[in-house]
Write a protein that binds this ligand. Sequence first.
Ligand SMILES: Cc1cc2nc3c(=O)[nH]c(=O)nc-3n(C[C@H](O)[C@H](O)[C@H](O)COP(=O)(O)OP(=O)(O)OC[C@H]3O[C@@H](n4cnc5c(N)ncnc54)[C@H](O)[C@@H]3O)c2cc1C
Length: 370
Amino acid sequence: MFDYLVVGAGFAGATIAERLAGHGDKRVLICDKRPHIGGNAFDYYNEHGILIHKYGPHIFHTNSVEVFKYLSRFTEWRPYEHRVRASVDGQMVPIPINLDTINQLYGCHFSSQELEAFFASVAEPRKLLKTSEDVIVNRVGRELYEKFFRNYTRKQWGLDPSELDASVTARVPVRTNRDDRYFTDTYQSMPLHGYTRMFERMLSHPNIHILLNSDYRDIRQLVPHKHLVYTGPVDEYFDYCFGKLPYRSLRFHWQTLDVEQAQAAPVINYPNDHLYTRVTEFKYLSGQRHSKTTLVYEFPTAEGDPYYPIPTSANAAQYAQYQALADATPTVHFLGRLGTYKYYNMDQVVAQALAAYARLAGVTRREIAA
Ligand SMILES: Cc1cc2nc3c(=O)[nH]c(=O)nc-3n(C[C@H](O)[C@H](O)[C@H](O)COP(=O)(O)OP(=O)(O)OC[C@H]3O[C@@H](n4cnc5c(N)ncnc54)[C@H](O)[C@@H]3O)c2cc1C
């Protein structure tokens, strides 16, 4: 008899399984329907020997000392500050928009103060920032919105920014200085030997048993367990009784070239051209040295693995029905991006799982870090 069955071996499942076993001395079975651990952060060496992220580029960044310290037990880190360029009007300019982006794009020489004044002159002030369009147009006006955000968002989400919650583009800063880092978090680094190695160490506790290629729906009757932690899709758990929650997915196109480096930046965004949104060159992320290089092109799709919960008010209302059902099912603990239908980054999922464990174990967050 297992104390806990944990469904899903991504960040949410692996973190809570590790704490249950490592701190709580519980016997845990963690299952995943995929043939590997790591969830969407799974990485591996491809046939050319290059470390790639199977489900698209995953950049680790956090402001949480708790999360960073916790994960540091299972990996060393390689300092890495992510940088992205956008292909706009035939130029490769830094994104998020900063001073250099505008000066390069318009061939001008604004200072930071002048750029602030420029934004103020082109902005279309909106009283209520309800949609993604409101957020951007209110800050940088219509022209920059059209050049950088509108078509990218339409490709990425299959929706116009005017149909998406403000939260989507609120994540993207606009800067008046020359900081061209994609993130500004306190901790920015990649697991030195990759995510999968880190997950292997998280799940190496003798009280944790791993069952791969196993869908929860097929094994639930076969595995005796006292409690359940579920990090799969919440709508699937409840047999889609309120309908299928909408997700955006991706199709990946992989390319390996016989050159050491192919791009001028780790990621190039293509807001206006092509059907793909962005191209990532993995060696920038890993720091790997190799005579070849691997790129991935991301084509957003409506069908496929559930990757991105689509943040609209209608979807939030649909999820609220599932959440009420989940709250009324106290024997099951729903966690993670899919279990709580939230657009979480990796560090947020780890924080959520640590908090959930603290509640389950009846201890404080500080105690569980011990
Ligand atoms: C393309 C892409 C890029 C991203 N980039 C970043 C980034 O740069 N930085 C960042 O911080 N975050 C990024 N994220 C987000 C990150 O992937 C998530 O925060 C994280 O993976 C969530 O972990 P999780 O455990 O909740 O879910 P997942 O990693 O999705 O793990 C859930 C697991 O549950 C399994 N499962 C589902 N249903 C069942 C079932 N019925 N039975 C058994 N197993 C089941 C799945 O197979 C999966 O392995 C990105 C996401 C995507 C899609």
